[in-house]
Design a protein around this ligand. Structure first.
Ligand SMILES: *Cc1c(COP(=O)(O)O)cnc(C)c1O
Length: 352
């Protein structure tokens, strides 16, 4: 694929404070842009990172045809850079695009565009174990038209941002029984911008109450759990790991979620994907069988839950240092990503 590359006159890498990599604060030197116009993808370009301009009538600003992905690249001790399962993100990106009536991005544009961008900015991938380069592909409708209709023109972009080792502070979770994130027939299974916009107010209110994240429940009964914040959720009941199934279309099919399930099954640990009600969680808690609970996603990888608040009751999880299953998963994923063990699943996609 022919990508036209315009390099920066001078890299900003010296301004990068590697001791304090705060998420999303600093962006690498370059970005990728590709426009979909007249029914086809034009030539992709890689240009210096910077502002973009657009008409105030640009359709996505008004009607929300906008979606994104979140992926990470890792640098090994020997300097090799690999991206974790990016093809799965490409498939999910296009699944989101279909639901939002947007153009699908060709595999080569997504994969090779990303690879070349990261190869060019390879010195922006931090090499401390636990750190990574966060990759943000996104797409939005660009028609300069405020009539309500699906856009005909789109822009696909990729920007990247160095991310430090994520400290997995135990999270206090508020089980939501008023607001709803997703319902059957909606867009809960997509990574559409609107899903995030709708969650801002409930999250703000939850923070004011002193909790870190929301555990979303279904909109009909507020009993069946869906996700925590922007992560998939797992519970360990006795020796069995349970996570909500994806059949209703209300849950985003996380790449981390899928990796956790596969690694656990290979280890011989029972994993059940099924409906989980808050009543079942409380019952297990009362019987001393609620052993571990955690969120799983690209940003935090594994986010342990220290407490769950539901309808006036607090469930306290056992101390985290006793958590065998989540600690095993965390280490296994890190070892695969930094090349400490063999990548038997072919999950790592080589950049350079
Ligand atoms: C991105 C996201 C996840 C996690 O998906 P990963 O592929 O594991 O990063 C989970 N839930 C929601 C709502 C998300 O947007």
């Amino acid at each position: 694929m022919n990508i036209h590359i315009t390099k920066v006159a001078k890299s900003r890498i010296e301004e990068l404070n590697t001791d304090d990599l705060q998420f999303g604060k600093q962006y690498s030197d370059h970005m990728l842009i590709c426009d979909f116009e007249d029914g086809e993808w034009k030539q992709p370009v890689i240009v210096p990172y910077g502002d973009i301009t657009m008409s105030p009538a640009t359709t996505f600003i008004h009607y929300g045809q906008s979606l994104f992905e979140g992926i990470k690249a890792y640098k090994r001790k020997d300097g090799e850079i690999n991206i974790f399962r990016p093809r799965d993100n490409w498939e999910r990106f296009n699944m989101s695009a279909r639901r939002m009536a947007m153009a699908e991005v060709p595999e080569e544009l997504f994969m090779e565009g990303m690879r070349q961008l990261i190869e060019l900015d390879s010195n922006w991938v931090p090499d401390v174990e636990g750190s990574s380069l966060y990759i943000r592909p996104f797409m939005f409708g660009t028609d300069a038209f405020i009539g309500v209709k699906p856009a005909d023109n789109f822009r696909f972009m990729i920007i990247t941002s160095p991310a430090g080792a994520y400290y997995n502070k135990p999270t206090r979770i508020y089980v939501q029984n008023k607001y709803v994130r997703a319902f059957p027939g909606g867009i809960g299974f997509t990574k559409a911008a609107g899903n995030y916009g709708a969650c801002m107010l409930p999250t703000l209110e939850t923070r004011k109450l002193g909790y870190d994240q929301i555990l979303w429940t279904d909109g009909f009964t507020h009993k069946n759990v869906q996700e925590i914040g922007t992560m998939n959720v797992f519970f360990v009941f006795g020796n069995t790991v349970v996570t909500p199934d994806l059949s209703e279309g209300t849950i985003l099919a996380g790449v981390t979620r899928d990796s956790v399930i596969k690694l656990l099954q290979e280890k011989g640990i029972a994993v059940e994907e099924r409906a989980i009600s808050i009543d079942e969680i409380e019952e297990n808690y009362k019987n001393g069988q609620l052993k571990e609970a955690f969120g799983a996603g690209t940003a935090a990888v594994i986010a342990p839950i220290s407490e769950l608040f539901y309808n006036g009751d607090t469930m306290l999880l056992p101390p985290m240092d006793t958590w065998e299953i989540s600690n095993y998963i965390k280490k296994e994923l890190a070892d695969i990503r930094y090349g400490n063990i063999e990548d038997t699943h072919k999950w790592m996609y080589k950049v350079c």
